[in-house]
Ligand binder design. Structure first.
Ligand code: GLV
Ligand code: MN
Ligand code: MN
Length: 429
């Protein structure tokens, strides 16, 4: 068994060095620690990650979907592999820990396994998935989505705000979009299990003063682009009662989206991130406005009613203003439950090394959502200071991360010898 306490200080130091070194790969023109998918700095940082994996003794390659994969060979080449990892891209203006902890933490877990003299029976794959964060194409988890066979040809035609397609972005980044779609790991050897270490990104663990969360379910996400069509008019002469103002209808809709999140019976959140008006002149009544919003919940029953409820309220309010609305909905991902067997193994691992934990749902989405299509899936969370994430202040203490790595290493050791049922089952919410 791995003696976590003896090794924890060294592990925390190595994690700090790695996390802060990777953070230096940041877009100098953006706020915070920005390393967006397809950017030049992201390409450079991926070379750093590959070198780091090689230095950890892994055989490294980049797959045709742009994922960096490091393999630690086990003793039985025929046994389905264990997979762990996360992502190293960030949101615009993001922090240093989201995703990074799961990649560098996995390498630290490899180090712990090595120091303990253990050799796993199964191969262990450490993956840095390409582009996990939702991007200008409105799609998250590009790398894990591709290998799960959940990226479609139609997705390649999605355009960013400059009219560049996702397919073009792949090509400019040095990846063949056709090959990306064909990457599908499902066609290769079966996988035994996927477990991802991540920061919580919310305040619960810190508030409960607990060092570890074991994830029960990952939120579903419904995305909406609503287009409001009113009538252009002279802003100085058209009386207020006779306007068809698309901006006012969109503003009402922003509040409807917010009310929807506030009214969720269990966990539910709703956010509007963009309002774009085609009107450039300050003296024209806005006639075409686009609103980008998302709604999330781990309560799939509530989430399934969101489209209907929101469309009705937004339409009624807009029509009262003489404005038409078109809705373009997409499901980023449905609610995905962690595999109860992995949940139980992670819980037993934490108990065995004396780490208090709680079951916890994830309001953020993760590569684990898509990996669940390939293998039984689980996640481990470590605390986030003040629950802050997707912002420069994002922070997790290195000692807490090292604790999470200890739990990850223990969980991997146990998963290596635990048979899991192939279908993934709902865990407790
Ligand atoms: C990723 O962090 C997301 O939850 O969108
Ligand atoms: Mn993340
Ligand atoms: Mn994120």
């Amino acid at each position: 068994m791995i003696d976590l306490t003896d090794q924890r200080r060294d592990a925390a130091e190595r994690l700090r060095d790695g996390i802060l070194e990777l953070a230096e790969y940041r877009d100098p023109d953006r706020q915070g620690w920005t390393r967006e998918v397809f950017s030049a700095v992201y390409r450079e940082s991926r070379n750093w990650v590959a070198r780091r994996m090689a230095a950890a003794g892994l055989q490294v390659h980049e797959d045709t979907a742009g994922n960096i994969v490091g393999r630690l060979s086990g003793t039985d080449p025929n046994a389905p592999a264990l997979v762990t990892g996360s992502h190293t891209d960030s949101v615009d203006g993001g922090g240093r820990f989201d995703g990074v902890v799961g990649v560098l933490g996995a390498l630290e877990a490899v180090q712990l396994l090595r120091e303990s003299g253990q050799r796993l029976r199964r191969d262990l794959l450490v993956v840095d998935f390409l582009g996990e964060e939702s991007n200008a194409f409105g799609l998250s988890c590009l790398g894990s989505r591709a290998i799960a066979g959940e990226l479609t040809r139609a997705d390649l035609d999605r355009q960013d705000y400059r009219g560049v397609s996702l397919g073009r972005a792949y090509r400019d980044f040095g990846l063949d979009p056709g090959a990306v779609l064909e990457t599908r790991w499902a066609r290769a050897a079966p996988l035994h299990a996927f477990i991802e270490l991540h920061i919580e990104q919310g305040p619960t663990l810190e508030q409960r003063q607990l060092p570890l969360g074991i994830v029960t379910a990952i939120t579903g996400i419904e995305r909406l682009v609503a287009t409001f069509m009113g009538s252009p008019d002279h802003a100085g002469t058209r009386p207020m009662y006779a306007r068809k103002d698309a901006m006012v209808a969109a503003a009402e809709a922003v509040l409807s989206v917010r009310r929807e999140g506030c009214g969720a019976p269990n966990h539910g959140v709703a956010t509007t991130t963009r309002i774009e008006s085609e009107s450039r002149s300050p003296n024209v009544v806005p006639s075409l406005v686009r609103m980008t919003s998302e709604v999330r919940s781990v309560d799939s029953t509530w989430l399934s009613g969101v489209r209907g409820r929101l469309a009705e309220e937004i339409l009624v309010n807009a029509r009262n203003l003489g404005v038409d609305v078109e809705f373009d909905w997409s499901t980023d991902n449905t609610v995905v439950h962690a595999h109860s067997g992995i949940h139980d193994v992670a819980a037993a691992a934490a108990d065995a090394i004396g780490i208090p934990w709680m079951p916890i749902p994830s309001g953020a989405t993760h590569d684990a959502v898509h990996m669940a299509a390939l293998a039984p899936m689980g996640m481990i969370f470590v605390p986030s200071k003040a629950g802050k994430s997707h912002c420069p202040e994002e922070w997790s203490d290195f000692a807490d991360i090292a604790t999470g790595v200890g739990a990850l290493a223990q969980t991997l050791t146990r998963l290596d010898r635990t048979e899991l049922t192939p279908q993934h089952q709902p865990g407790p919410n």
